[in-house]
Design a binder for this molecule. Structure first.
Ligand code: PLP
Length: 500
């Protein structure tokens, strides 16, 4: 690596990205390409001779950018956004520049130590109990995604219970979530060897805003105990993926503790907001959980990937996941005074994620970060108000954090279709074949294919809803006003099409 050439090319790439951000609003937010578009444009084999950065960047511009869905666009409201930032991006760049592989302390002491420090800082910001921090015999680790965090904790919990009751009883182990728990939970349970028959999805309903009911959980657990099974793991969620519902963590922990279960709190999205004192109560009861995780790559100005996981008992991870081959042996490990993060996770090699988190925390500070999160919640509240003011729409569940779930309402759609049927003499049959869900799906596709904004949907308890998730770093109030106008215009067009 020649440093002058690196400098030259590095400037070019940063310039390229700066231009990208300057022009980001000009691109359709959701990529408009067709499947297989790229294979048609790229050569069949890798180049034999080197190519210049100029040529490569031109192809990035011409071939790659059209196939991007622009997650950093201010008009992006899909899934849960992934809020990038200058500090996050530059921290990522520094980490890639150093390119260390910090699987144990000696392989890069700064990587391990900074991670432990930053995890303690974040724990303090979240007001997590001391028992989750290094000074309280717990500790935190950074992983790629929540899926990894959940798999890691289920695996540790599985071994903890099997050490007690015997390996031969693995088929009796049962895990619990709700019907709103993220799909990664059951996938992780499957990977950890739990029988699919032993996955329980406690039913939620619109009445409880899709949060898990403690009495329903207790009934499910007791039924399994009565059947000779062994409940061992509960995944609660603070901010579910479909509607950002919040499970009552404290009450659910009480139930689980009666049965000696491991409780994990998946706060992938909403955990970010919990650094604001006014949202912290959403994780009340965390002191009785065994593990807690959230994704700073979702809503914390941090580039993908970074899932922060805290556990009260790191030794339960180490007992289950540690490896000690000859080629990794070293004096620091022998002293047992250092953290070897390879023993806290599934993989061996790991990225220097704490560097970008450190840059984000230092560059913006806690106060700014809190206000950043609040501004998104305020914009979502504003959007919710706009929805409520238009009689054709309904908010399906009360807004939670910065997510608004809404749809064209039954009364608006059915009434219009009904009137139209009668006007045109189509009769009842036409009306029966139409469903509200179809109309809303059509509205969403109409909005997204126009490319001005991007939202996604969910289907909960049979109700198809559009999700408007504020969280892109560049979004401002005027973008939200614009987005709502887009939704209204497309709704008018869809309804008019249906009626004619
Ligand atoms: N849990 C919840 C509540 C989520 O909303 C998501 C993703 O949106 C996940 C887990 C999965 O996160 P990851 O992609 O980091 O595995």
């Amino acid at each position: 690596l020649d440093s002058e050439e690196f400098r030259r090319q590095g400037y070019m790439v940063i310039d390229f990205l700066a231009e990208y951000y300057k022009n980001i609003q000009k691109f359709p937010v959701r990529s408009q390409v067709e499947p297989g578009y790229l294979r048609k444009r790229l050569p069949e084999s890798a180049p034999y001779e080197p190519e210049s950065i100029e040529r490569i960047l031109k192809d990035v511009h011409d071939d790659i950018v059209p196939g991007l869905t622009h997650w950093q666009s201010p008009n992006y409201y899909a899934y849960f956004p992934s809020s990038g930032s200058t500090a996050g991006l530059l921290g990522e760049t520094l980490a890639a520049g150093f390119n260390v592989v910090g699987f144990n302390w000696i392989s890069s002491p700064a990587s391990t130590e900074l991670e432990s420090i930053v995890m303690d800082w974040l724990a303090e910001m979240l007001n997590l109990p001391k028992s989750f921090t290094f000074s309280g015999d717990g500790g935190g680790v950074m992983m790629g995604t929540t899926c990894e965090a959940i798999l890691t904790t289920i695996t540790a919990a599985r071994d903890r219970i099997l050490d007690r009751i015997g390996r031969e009883h693995i088929n009796k182990l049962v895990v619990y979530g709700s019907d709103q728990t993220h799909c990664s939970f059951f996938k992780s349970a499957k990977i950890a060897g739990i029988l699919p028959n032993n996955f329980r999805q406690v039913k939620t309903s619109r009445v409880n805003a899709f949060s898990m009911r403690p009495d329903a959980l207790r009934a499910a657990i007791q039924a399994d105990v009565d059947a000779g099974l062994v409940p061992f793991f509960l995944c609660t969620t603070v901010g579910t993926t479909s509607t950002a519902a919040v499970d009552p963590v404290a009450l659910l922990c009480e139930v689980a503790k009666d049965y000696g279960m491991w409780v994990h709190i998946d706060a992938a999205y909403a955990g970010n907001a919990c650094i604001c004192p006014e949202f912290r109560h959403m994780i009340n009861g965390v002191e009785n959980a065994d593990s807690f995780s959230f994704n700073t790559h979702k809503w914390f100005l941090t580039t993908l990937d970074c899932c922060c996981l805290w556990v009260k008992d790191p030794s339960s991870l180490v007992r289950c996941l540690s490896t000690n081959p000859e080629y990794l042996k070293n004096k620091a490990t022998d002293t047992q005074q250092v953290v070897d993060y390879k023993d806290w996770q599934i993989t061996l090699s790991r990225r220097f994620r704490s560097l970008k988190m450190w840059l984000v925390l230092r560059s913006y500070g806690v106060d700014y970060l809190r206000n950043f999160l609040r501004s998104h919640v305020d914009m979502a509240a504003y959007f919710e108000q706009l929805v409520r003011m238009d009689g054709r729409f309904e908010v399906v569940v009360p807004r939670s954090f910065a997510l608004v779930c809404f749809r064209l309402s039954a009364s608006a759609v059915i009434q219009r279709l009904y009137d139209s049927c009668h006007r045109h003499g189509h009769g009842q049959k036409f009306l029966e074949e139409e469903t509200l869900n179809d109309v809303n799906a059509e509205l969403l596709e109409s909005v997204n294919s126009a490319g001005q904004i991007y939202m996604t949907h969910s289907l909960v308890d049979g109700v198809y809803m559009l999700r408007f998730a504020v969280g892109a770093t560049l979004t401002q109030t005027h973008h939200v006003t614009y987005a709502w106008k887009q939704v209204q215009d497309h709704a008018s067009a869809v309804l008019a099409r249906r009626i004619n």
